[in-house]
Design a protein around this ligand. Structure first.
Ligand SMILES: [Zn+2]
Length: 466
């Protein structure tokens, strides 16, 4: 039989190494992987000599902003950015309106995605409503999310109703999530400590973007470290599968390393801003609140990078968090009034490949951190996360030599800007295949509304089929 698509003569990153291969696709799946030159001609042949094949990226942490905040971003814009940046599965965070704190709200959100999503998706439901946790788990979600932060001075992005920081309340949610078997993602934040630190700044009349960045990094990152120490102890007490978000200090990496060595069910993400944006004070001065606006001192960023390289920090997820310019501008005067977050879905693959080109990171580890390991941690493997026969044909063909300058004019997010504007990158996607369909086709975006499917855990899929 003739295969639908044959990718010919690519250098492919497989789980057991990098080698030249032909990859044949039938329908939505990878039909076969053969030696380069060995596959028969397909209905469509892509001469991929000089391109590198990676499994499609799985972004476990993205703020899609729908429903409720579609003036900042929407599913169509997300789809285009994903196609451009090689992302085939993008998983939404729950700070939308109405938020997926209840099964009813989550059902509404999933219905919206079924109709309009362009790439595969899921939703990290909010884990704050105790009684709803078992019902939410039945909807085929991949994880729960709790923010320990509640905004002071603004009502977004961490609005009331999705934040929780009291120890006893966290403990109860961890036990409830543990009973579902799903991982619990937590944005670590010591609210009580932050209240005290913020007031020191405010009492001195310091409220601008720089004060905000310094307050979050105060005492060498103490608010992050105390929160993670608490979470790790509660994880040990409850046995929940804890996934820490926003890794950004040296001590968190050390605590994580120790917890893993002790065999605990703990994992962690890092976000692009930790390595390429907020670890340089000059960027904070130049961009103000457009630079997120946390500050990650270089000694922290270096320690997190080391932990990322050796896998202690498991995955990279974008924390894609677009806001309009008018929502950022107030930050020059009052950092607590600006909405925090930066867009990054579109360009993080190129930022990562630039580091690979510069010899800072192996290509194998870049693939592991953005595809294979997220798929394994969140139950999508082996259907997703690796190039292998039988898996979904989620494949990115990248040109590792392509040089680009990131520009605001090329931004596909509705926010219309990127903090990485002006940056030279090397390595970009030429083709992105999602379940066999080229959603980026020789550099041209070809996404379709409603093509995206809910990316389900392997066990859930079996239950649905039965
Ligand atoms: Zn986030």
């Amino acid at each position: 039989m003739t295969h639908d698509v044959v990718i010919r003569g690519t250098k492919a990153v497989f789980e057991d190494g990098i080698r030249d291969a032909d990859i044949a696709i039938d329908g939505e799946r990878i039909a076969a992987v053969t030696e380069a030159g060995a596959a028969p001609r397909g209905k469509r042949d892509i001469e991929a000599d000089g391109l590198v094949a990676l499994p499609g990226l799985i972004d476990m942490h993205s703020h899609h902003r729908e429903p409720g905040f579609s003036h900042k971003e929407d599913l169509a814009a997300i789809g285009a950015q994903c196609a451009y940046g090689g992302v085939t599965t993008s998983v939404a965070m729950p700070n939308v309106s109405p938020p997926p704190t209840t099964a009813e709200n989550l059902d509404g959100m999933l219905a919206l995605y079924r109709e309009r999503a362009m790439v595969d998706y899921n939703v990290n439901a909010s884990g704050v409503e105790l009684d709803e946790i078992p019902k939410l788990a039945e909807r085929g979600i991949l994880a729960f999310k709790i923010f320990m932060v509640v905004d002071t001075g603004r009502s977004y992005p961490h609005m009331p109703g999705i934040g929780l920081h009291e120890h006893g309340e966290l403990y109860k949610r961890m036990k409830a999530v543990k009973a579902t078997g799903l991982p619990l993602m937590i944005h670590p934040h010591d609210q009580s400590l932050m209240d005290a630190i913020e007031h020191e700044y405010w009492d001195r009349g310091e409220r601008d973007y720089a004060a905000y960045a310094k307050a979050y990094a105060h005492d060498d990152g103490v608010i992050w470290d105390t929160a993670v120490a608490l979470l790790l102890r509660l994880q040990e007490a409850t046995g929940v599968r804890l996934h820490l978000l926003h890794t950004q200090t040296k001590r968190v990496v050390e605590m994580l390393r120790a917890a893993k060595a002790a065999g605990r069910t703990v994992s962690a993400e890092v976000n692009p801003w930790c390595f390429w944006l907020d670890n340089d004070w000059k960027n904070i001065e130049r961009l103000g609140s457009y630079a997120l606006s946390y500050y990650v001192a270089p000694h922290h960023s270096a320690a997190v990078y080391e932990g990322f390289r050796d896998g202690t920090v498991d995955i990279m997820a974008t924390d894609h968090a677009p806001h309009l310019r008018e929502e950022k501008e107030p930050g020059w005067k009052d950092g607590w009034k600006a909405h925090t977050g930066t867009p990054s879905e579109q360009f993080y693959l190129s930022l990562l490949l630039t580091d690979v080109n510069d010899g800072k990171l192996s290509l194998e580890r870049a693939v592991d951190a953005t595809a294979t390991r997220p798929a394994k941690l969140f139950g999508l493997y082996p259907r997703k996360g690796a190039i292998r026969a039988g898996a979904d044909a989620d494949i990115v063909l990248v040109d590792m030599t392509e040089r680009r300058t990131i520009r605001d004019e090329d931004v596909l997010s509705k926010c219309g800007w990127t903090p990485y504007a002006g940056r030279e990158v090397r390595g970009a996607a030429r083709y992105t295949f999602l379940r066999g369909a080229a959603i980026l086709d020789d550099g041209k975006i070809a996404v379709r509304s409603g093509f995206g499917k809910q990316a389900m855990r392997a066990t859930e899929r079996a239950a649905v089929r039965a």
